[in-house]
Design a protein around this ligand. Structure first.
Ligand code: ZN
Length: 292
């Protein structure tokens, strides 16, 4: 009698493990990656079937990639991102079952991309900062840097990502910047034309982590979409949200303006994924491709 029970328990445990094994082996054989070649400052999407509600462990450039369940619950999805300045070359993407029993490795190629350059002319005092302004700028930079160090929020975003302003692109991502003839930081967002007062809509769901008036970026909003995905909205005329607000995709969070160091009214929209500054328009294009 006793032996039969022991056998029964053993059998049940063994079968369950086997079932989980199989589900994982299958979902890991069913991984899709939108592209195995990514330009500097670019992204690709990794998608795995959702079996058992536990996402696989995904590792890219020595760090975890956070996956989120798709809106219909059928997949886990996440972004593989490269910074504008990442070295071109071959890199490994590792996908592992949480148990560690299954692992798949993909070779992803990061390729160089020439984004061009821009030349701006600004009043000298906005470029060669006096001591007091320089101190202010350093303080503001520290406030922003601290956001990247904060504990990671669970992913709030779902696809698609939406463009915050339907305006002509007046400044593309990634260009080298020469200001009054001097080489400065590259342009790490996209500039969208919009008349002053045009509503700015959140690119996705998330939590507001910063609202501020900064020297360079003017009235600024930064949103944490979870899983190390952030969006930034600069030069606003007005801010309609406050820190810690939960916001939804498409919600009006502010108005287009020309505050801070701006040559005219426009929205500077930036995206940062896993500490990489990426082209926001790639997120919109990828979202559209997936809808087709
Ligand atoms: Zn800009």
């Amino acid at each position: 009698m006793k032996m039969r029970w022991i056998f029964f328990i053993f059998f049940t445990v063994a079968t369950n493990t086997l079932i989980n094994f199989d589900a994982y082996a299958q979902s890991l054989s069913d991984i899709s990656i939108s592209s195995e070649v990514i330009p500097q400052g670019g992204i690709c999407l990794i998608s795995t079937r959702n079996d058992g509600d536990v996402p696989p462990d995904v590792d890219w450039l020595d760090g975890k990639v956070y996956l989120n369940k798709s809106s219909d619950g059928r997949f886990f999805q996440g972004f593989i991102s490269t910074d504008l300045t990442d070295e071109p070359g071959m890199y490994q993407l590792t996908v592992k079952a949480p148990s560690g029993d299954y692992e798949r490795i993909f070779d992803i190629e990061v390729i160089a991309k020439e984004y061009g350059e821009r030349r701006l002319t600004l009043p000298d005092k906005q470029v060669d900062l006096d001591d007091e302004t320089w101190k202010r700028v350093q303080k503001e930079m520290a406030v922003v840097s601290a956001l990247w160090e904060a504990p990671v929020l669970m992913p709030q975003w779902t696809l698609p990502f939406q463009i915050p302003v339907q305006g002509e692109i007046v400044g593309s991502f990634g260009r080298k910047s020469f200001i009054n003839g001097q080489l400065r930081s590259p342009h790490t967002g996209v500039d969208l034309r919009g008349a002053s007062g045009t509503p700015v809509k959140a690119a996705n769901h998330g939590v507001v982590v910063l609202t501020a008036d900064h020297y360079f970026t003017g009235n600024s909003i930064m949103v944490d979409h979870g899983g190390e995905v952030f969006s930034m909205y600069f030069h606003l005329d007005a801010i309609h949200v406050k820190k810690d607000d939960n916001i939804s995709r498409g919600q009006v969070i502010g108005l287009v303006g020309s505050t801070g160091r701006a040559t005219g009214p426009h929205l500077h929209w930036g995206m940062r994924i896993k500490n990489a500054r990426i082209d926001p328009l790639m997120l919109v294009d990828l979202s559209k491709e997936l809808e087709r």
